[in-house]
Design a protein around this ligand. Structure first.
Ligand code: UDP
Length: 327
Protein backbone atom coordinates (compact mmCIF):
# COMPACT_ATOMS: atom_id res chain seq x y z
CA UNK A 1 0.00 0.00 0.00
CA UNK A 2 1.23 3.47 -0.88
CA UNK A 3 1.85 5.72 2.13
CA UNK A 4 1.26 8.74 -0.09
CA UNK A 5 -1.88 10.84 0.38
CA UNK A 6 -2.77 13.66 -2.00
CA UNK A 7 -4.33 16.59 -0.13
CA UNK A 8 -6.21 19.10 -2.28
CA UNK A 9 -6.11 22.46 -0.56
CA UNK A 10 -2.96 21.28 1.24
CA UNK A 11 -1.61 24.84 1.45
CA UNK A 12 -4.70 26.14 3.24
CA UNK A 13 -5.40 26.55 6.96
CA UNK A 14 -6.94 23.12 7.54
CA UNK A 15 -5.08 21.34 4.69
CA UNK A 16 -1.64 22.37 5.95
CA UNK A 17 -2.42 21.13 9.47
CA UNK A 18 -3.60 17.85 7.91
CA UNK A 19 -0.33 17.52 5.95
CA UNK A 20 1.66 17.97 9.15
CA UNK A 21 -0.44 15.39 11.01
CA UNK A 22 -0.11 12.91 8.12
CA UNK A 23 3.63 13.33 8.05
CA UNK A 24 3.90 12.80 11.81
CA UNK A 25 1.93 9.56 11.36
CA UNK A 26 4.26 8.11 8.73
CA UNK A 27 2.42 9.21 5.59
CA UNK A 28 3.79 11.32 2.74
CA UNK A 29 1.43 14.24 2.11
CA UNK A 30 1.40 15.71 -1.40
CA UNK A 31 -0.25 19.13 -1.28
CA UNK A 32 -2.21 19.95 -4.45
CA UNK A 33 -3.27 23.59 -4.32
CA UNK A 34 -3.83 26.46 -6.77
CA UNK A 35 -2.67 28.93 -4.07
CA UNK A 36 -5.76 31.08 -4.61
CA UNK A 37 -6.16 31.28 -0.83
CA UNK A 38 -3.41 28.96 0.43
CA UNK A 39 0.21 29.79 1.22
CA UNK A 40 3.20 27.98 -0.35
CA UNK A 41 5.21 28.47 2.86
CA UNK A 42 2.64 26.38 4.76
CA UNK A 43 3.66 23.33 2.70
CA UNK A 44 6.58 21.85 4.61
CA UNK A 45 5.93 18.15 5.02
CA UNK A 46 5.92 17.01 1.40
CA UNK A 47 5.84 18.30 -2.17
CA UNK A 48 3.55 21.08 -3.41
CA UNK A 49 1.86 20.80 -6.79
CA UNK A 50 0.57 24.20 -7.80
CA UNK A 51 -2.47 23.40 -9.94
CA UNK A 52 -6.25 23.57 -10.00
CA UNK A 53 -8.55 20.62 -9.29
CA UNK A 54 -10.42 21.42 -12.52
CA UNK A 55 -7.22 20.64 -14.46
CA UNK A 56 -7.61 16.97 -15.42
CA UNK A 57 -4.16 16.81 -17.05
CA UNK A 58 -2.39 18.15 -13.95
CA UNK A 59 -4.31 15.72 -11.73
CA UNK A 60 -3.43 12.79 -13.99
CA UNK A 61 0.24 13.79 -13.93
CA UNK A 62 0.19 14.11 -10.12
CA UNK A 63 -1.46 10.70 -9.71
CA UNK A 64 1.04 9.08 -12.15
CA UNK A 65 3.99 10.62 -10.38
CA UNK A 66 3.03 10.07 -6.74
CA UNK A 67 0.61 7.10 -6.95
CA UNK A 68 -1.43 8.10 -3.88
CA UNK A 69 -3.62 5.49 -2.28
CA UNK A 70 -6.08 8.03 -0.95
CA UNK A 71 -7.15 11.61 -1.69
CA UNK A 72 -8.19 14.09 1.00
CA UNK A 73 -10.29 16.74 -0.72
CA UNK A 74 -10.17 20.08 1.12
CA UNK A 75 -9.83 22.51 -1.81
CA UNK A 76 -12.94 24.68 -1.82
CA UNK A 77 -14.28 28.16 -1.32
CA UNK A 78 -15.72 28.55 2.14
CA UNK A 79 -17.23 31.98 2.77
CA UNK A 80 -20.95 31.76 3.41
CA UNK A 81 -21.58 35.44 2.62
CA UNK A 82 -19.62 35.33 -0.64
CA UNK A 83 -21.52 32.19 -1.66
CA UNK A 84 -24.74 34.22 -1.48
CA UNK A 85 -23.41 37.12 -3.58
CA UNK A 86 -21.35 34.99 -5.99
CA UNK A 87 -22.90 31.49 -6.16
CA UNK A 88 -21.35 30.92 -9.59
CA UNK A 89 -17.89 30.74 -7.99
CA UNK A 90 -19.10 28.19 -5.44
CA UNK A 91 -20.89 25.92 -7.90
CA UNK A 92 -17.92 26.10 -10.27
CA UNK A 93 -15.20 25.39 -7.71
CA UNK A 94 -16.94 23.29 -5.08
CA UNK A 95 -19.16 21.27 -7.42
CA UNK A 96 -17.92 21.30 -11.05
CA UNK A 97 -14.18 21.29 -10.26
CA UNK A 98 -14.78 18.79 -7.46
CA UNK A 99 -16.43 16.44 -9.97
CA UNK A 100 -13.42 16.69 -12.27
CA UNK A 101 -11.29 15.60 -9.29
CA UNK A 102 -13.63 12.65 -8.69
CA UNK A 103 -13.43 11.66 -12.36
CA UNK A 104 -9.63 11.84 -12.28
CA UNK A 105 -9.64 9.62 -9.16
CA UNK A 106 -11.84 7.08 -10.91
CA UNK A 107 -9.66 7.08 -14.01
CA UNK A 108 -6.55 6.56 -11.87
CA UNK A 109 -8.19 3.77 -9.86
CA UNK A 110 -8.10 5.74 -6.59
CA UNK A 111 -11.08 4.48 -4.64
CA UNK A 112 -10.54 6.13 -1.25
CA UNK A 113 -11.58 9.70 -0.62
CA UNK A 114 -11.81 11.80 2.52
CA UNK A 115 -13.99 14.86 1.95
CA UNK A 116 -14.08 18.14 3.89
CA UNK A 117 -17.79 18.61 4.34
CA UNK A 118 -19.51 21.00 6.66
CA UNK A 119 -22.16 21.39 9.34
CA UNK A 120 -23.53 24.01 6.90
CA UNK A 121 -25.14 21.04 5.12
CA UNK A 122 -27.63 20.77 8.01
CA UNK A 123 -29.01 24.31 7.78
CA UNK A 124 -31.06 25.26 10.84
CA UNK A 125 -31.18 22.14 13.01
CA UNK A 126 -34.42 20.76 14.37
CA UNK A 127 -32.59 19.02 17.22
CA UNK A 128 -29.47 19.59 19.29
CA UNK A 129 -26.87 18.24 19.45
CA UNK A 130 -26.81 17.65 15.69
CA UNK A 131 -26.56 13.99 14.71
CA UNK A 132 -25.39 12.73 11.35
CA UNK A 133 -28.87 11.47 10.49
CA UNK A 134 -30.42 14.93 11.01
CA UNK A 135 -32.19 16.47 8.04
CA UNK A 136 -29.75 18.18 5.66
CA UNK A 137 -31.43 21.37 4.42
CA UNK A 138 -28.69 23.96 3.88
CA UNK A 139 -29.70 27.62 4.04
CA UNK A 140 -26.97 29.07 1.81
CA UNK A 141 -25.23 28.20 -1.48
CA UNK A 142 -22.00 27.21 0.33
CA UNK A 143 -23.84 24.52 2.33
CA UNK A 144 -25.70 23.39 -0.79
CA UNK A 145 -22.45 22.90 -2.75
CA UNK A 146 -21.03 20.77 0.08
CA UNK A 147 -24.21 18.69 0.23
CA UNK A 148 -24.28 18.23 -3.56
CA UNK A 149 -20.72 16.91 -3.46
CA UNK A 150 -21.64 14.49 -0.65
CA UNK A 151 -24.50 13.27 -2.85
CA UNK A 152 -22.18 12.82 -5.83
CA UNK A 153 -19.82 10.81 -3.63
CA UNK A 154 -22.76 8.65 -2.55
CA UNK A 155 -23.81 7.95 -6.11
CA UNK A 156 -20.25 7.33 -7.30
CA UNK A 157 -19.67 5.01 -4.34
CA UNK A 158 -22.74 2.94 -5.23
CA UNK A 159 -21.94 2.75 -8.92
CA UNK A 160 -18.16 2.59 -9.02
CA UNK A 161 -17.32 0.96 -5.72
CA UNK A 162 -15.30 3.75 -4.14
CA UNK A 163 -15.32 4.32 -0.38
CA UNK A 164 -15.33 7.71 1.25
CA UNK A 165 -15.43 9.45 4.60
CA UNK A 166 -17.33 12.76 4.57
CA UNK A 167 -16.22 14.80 7.58
CA UNK A 168 -18.71 17.50 8.49
CA UNK A 169 -16.66 20.17 10.20
CA UNK A 170 -18.13 22.46 12.81
CA UNK A 171 -16.08 25.66 13.49
CA UNK A 172 -12.38 25.00 12.89
CA UNK A 173 -10.19 27.27 15.01
CA UNK A 174 -6.89 27.46 16.90
CA UNK A 175 -3.48 26.77 15.40
CA UNK A 176 -0.51 24.42 15.55
CA UNK A 177 0.77 24.49 19.18
CA UNK A 178 4.36 24.29 17.84
CA UNK A 179 3.79 27.63 16.10
CA UNK A 180 4.71 26.25 12.67
CA UNK A 181 1.30 26.98 11.11
CA UNK A 182 -1.43 29.54 11.64
CA UNK A 183 -4.76 30.78 10.33
CA UNK A 184 -4.24 33.42 7.63
CA UNK A 185 -7.37 34.17 5.67
CA UNK A 186 -7.69 37.19 3.45
CA UNK A 187 -10.21 38.64 4.07
CA UNK A 188 -10.62 37.23 7.60
CA UNK A 189 -14.28 36.74 8.41
CA UNK A 190 -14.20 34.18 11.22
CA UNK A 191 -15.07 35.09 14.78
CA UNK A 192 -11.99 33.97 16.71
CA UNK A 193 -9.29 35.47 14.45
CA UNK A 194 -11.30 38.69 14.14
CA UNK A 195 -11.73 38.90 17.91
CA UNK A 196 -7.97 38.34 18.36
CA UNK A 197 -7.21 41.02 15.75
CA UNK A 198 -9.38 43.42 17.74
CA UNK A 199 -7.73 42.38 21.03
CA UNK A 200 -4.33 43.07 19.45
CA UNK A 201 -5.43 46.51 18.26
CA UNK A 202 -5.15 45.45 14.60
CA UNK A 203 -8.88 45.93 14.09
CA UNK A 204 -10.83 48.85 15.49
CA UNK A 205 -13.62 46.80 17.04
CA UNK A 206 -15.13 43.35 16.75
CA UNK A 207 -18.61 43.58 15.32
CA UNK A 208 -20.93 41.15 17.09
CA UNK A 209 -23.73 40.07 14.79
CA UNK A 210 -26.80 39.84 17.00
CA UNK A 211 -27.31 40.14 20.76
CA UNK A 212 -30.95 39.08 20.80
CA UNK A 213 -30.63 35.36 20.12
CA UNK A 214 -32.56 32.95 22.36
CA UNK A 215 -29.40 31.98 24.27
CA UNK A 216 -28.36 32.78 27.86
CA UNK A 217 -26.27 35.84 26.91
CA UNK A 218 -28.07 36.64 23.63
CA UNK A 219 -25.14 35.78 21.34
CA UNK A 220 -24.83 32.87 18.90
CA UNK A 221 -23.52 29.52 20.08
CA UNK A 222 -21.09 27.52 17.95
CA UNK A 223 -19.01 24.36 18.33
CA UNK A 224 -15.31 25.30 18.00
CA UNK A 225 -12.98 22.43 17.17
CA UNK A 226 -9.22 22.77 17.27
CA UNK A 227 -7.67 22.42 13.80
CA UNK A 228 -5.16 19.83 15.11
CA UNK A 229 -7.98 17.63 16.40
CA UNK A 230 -9.61 18.03 12.99
CA UNK A 231 -6.33 17.06 11.31
CA UNK A 232 -5.93 13.96 13.50
CA UNK A 233 -9.42 12.84 12.52
CA UNK A 234 -8.36 12.95 8.85
CA UNK A 235 -5.41 10.68 9.59
CA UNK A 236 -7.80 8.28 11.34
CA UNK A 237 -10.14 8.43 8.31
CA UNK A 238 -7.26 7.63 5.93
CA UNK A 239 -6.31 4.63 8.11
CA UNK A 240 -9.94 3.51 8.27
CA UNK A 241 -10.20 3.47 4.47
CA UNK A 242 -6.78 1.88 4.03
CA UNK A 243 -7.94 -0.98 6.26
CA UNK A 244 -10.91 -1.56 3.96
CA UNK A 245 -13.33 0.39 6.17
CA UNK A 246 -16.84 1.30 5.05
CA UNK A 247 -18.09 4.66 3.82
CA UNK A 248 -18.81 7.05 6.72
CA UNK A 249 -20.43 10.43 7.25
CA UNK A 250 -19.24 11.97 10.49
CA UNK A 251 -19.55 15.17 12.46
CA UNK A 252 -16.29 16.70 13.66
CA UNK A 253 -16.83 19.06 16.53
CA UNK A 254 -15.95 19.33 20.19
CA UNK A 255 -19.52 18.50 21.18
CA UNK A 256 -19.59 21.72 23.27
CA UNK A 257 -21.51 24.90 22.47
CA UNK A 258 -19.68 28.17 23.17
CA UNK A 259 -21.29 31.61 22.85
CA UNK A 260 -19.54 34.64 21.36
CA UNK A 261 -19.51 36.21 24.81
CA UNK A 262 -17.77 33.12 26.23
CA UNK A 263 -15.15 33.35 23.45
CA UNK A 264 -14.46 36.97 24.42
CA UNK A 265 -14.19 36.05 28.12
CA UNK A 266 -11.65 33.35 27.20
CA UNK A 267 -9.57 35.90 25.24
CA UNK A 268 -9.63 38.21 28.25
CA UNK A 269 -8.60 35.33 30.55
CA UNK A 270 -5.80 33.98 28.32
CA UNK A 271 -4.30 37.18 26.94
CA UNK A 272 -5.31 39.75 29.55
CA UNK A 273 -6.82 41.84 26.72
CA UNK A 274 -10.41 42.96 26.55
CA UNK A 275 -11.85 42.76 23.02
CA UNK A 276 -13.41 46.09 21.99
CA UNK A 277 -16.83 45.35 20.53
CA UNK A 278 -19.75 46.96 18.78
CA UNK A 279 -23.14 45.36 18.30
CA UNK A 280 -24.65 44.90 14.84
CA UNK A 281 -27.85 43.26 13.59
CA UNK A 282 -27.96 39.51 13.05
CA UNK A 283 -26.07 38.19 10.02
CA UNK A 284 -28.51 36.66 7.53
CA UNK A 285 -28.45 32.85 7.52
CA UNK A 286 -26.88 32.47 10.99
CA UNK A 287 -28.54 29.69 13.00
CA UNK A 288 -28.71 30.67 16.72
CA UNK A 289 -27.16 27.48 18.12
CA UNK A 290 -25.04 24.76 16.50
CA UNK A 291 -23.17 21.99 18.21
CA UNK A 292 -22.36 18.44 17.25
CA UNK A 293 -23.14 15.02 18.53
CA UNK A 294 -19.67 13.48 18.14
CA UNK A 295 -20.47 9.92 19.27
CA UNK A 296 -20.18 8.45 15.76
CA UNK A 297 -16.71 9.87 15.14
CA UNK A 298 -15.64 8.52 18.51
CA UNK A 299 -17.03 5.05 17.85
CA UNK A 300 -16.03 4.73 14.18
CA UNK A 301 -12.67 6.54 14.16
CA UNK A 302 -11.69 6.60 17.82
CA UNK A 303 -11.90 10.40 17.59
CA UNK A 304 -11.32 12.19 20.91
CA UNK A 305 -10.69 15.94 20.79
CA UNK A 306 -7.59 16.79 22.85
CA UNK A 307 -7.19 20.51 22.22
CA UNK A 308 -10.73 21.70 21.54
CA UNK A 309 -11.54 23.43 24.84
CA UNK A 310 -11.93 27.15 24.21
CA UNK A 311 -8.92 28.13 26.36
CA UNK A 312 -6.52 25.91 24.39
CA UNK A 313 -7.96 27.18 21.11
CA UNK A 314 -7.34 30.80 22.17
CA UNK A 315 -3.94 29.97 23.65
CA UNK A 316 -2.69 28.40 20.39
CA UNK A 317 -4.24 31.04 18.09
CA UNK A 318 -3.05 34.10 20.03
CA UNK A 319 0.66 34.18 19.02
CA UNK A 320 -0.32 34.56 15.33
CA UNK A 321 -1.68 37.99 16.24
CA UNK A 322 1.30 38.96 18.39
CA UNK A 323 -0.71 38.43 21.57
CA UNK A 324 1.08 37.25 24.66
CA UNK A 325 -0.43 34.33 26.51
CA UNK A 326 -0.55 35.34 30.17
CA UNK A 327 -2.38 32.30 31.49
N1 UDP B 1 -19.46 36.56 14.16
C1 UDP B 1 -19.50 37.84 14.70
N2 UDP B 1 -18.59 38.76 14.29
C2 UDP B 1 -17.63 38.48 13.36
C3 UDP B 1 -17.58 37.18 12.82
C4 UDP B 1 -18.52 36.25 13.24
O1 UDP B 1 -20.36 38.14 15.54
O2 UDP B 1 -16.84 39.38 13.00
C5 UDP B 1 -20.43 35.57 14.62
C6 UDP B 1 -21.26 34.93 13.50
O3 UDP B 1 -22.40 35.70 13.24
C7 UDP B 1 -21.56 33.56 14.11
C8 UDP B 1 -20.32 33.24 14.94
O4 UDP B 1 -19.70 34.50 15.20
O5 UDP B 1 -22.65 33.64 14.98
C9 UDP B 1 -19.33 32.36 14.22
O6 UDP B 1 -19.09 32.91 12.93
P1 UDP B 1 -17.95 32.42 11.96
O7 UDP B 1 -18.02 33.27 10.72
O8 UDP B 1 -16.66 32.36 12.69
O9 UDP B 1 -18.35 30.92 11.61
P2 UDP B 1 -19.71 30.29 11.01
O10 UDP B 1 -20.43 29.73 12.21
O11 UDP B 1 -20.47 31.34 10.29
O12 UDP B 1 -19.20 29.21 10.11
Amino acid sequence: MSRTVLVTGGAGFIGSHICKALSHSGFIPVAYDNLSTGHADAVRWGPLIEADISDGGALRAAFDRFTPDCVIHCAANAYVGESVSNPQKYYRNNVAAGLSLLDACLAAGIGRIVFSSSCATYGIPEQLPIREDSVQEPVNPYGRTKLIFEMALDDYAQAYGLNFVALRYFNAAGADPDGELSERHEPETHLIPRALLAAAGLLDRLEIFGQDYPTDDGTCIRDYIHVCDLADAHVAAVRHLANGGETLRLNLGSGQGTSIDEVLQAIDRITGRRVPVTFKPRRPGDPPVLFADTASARIKLGFTPRLSDIDTIIRTASPTFGLEVVR
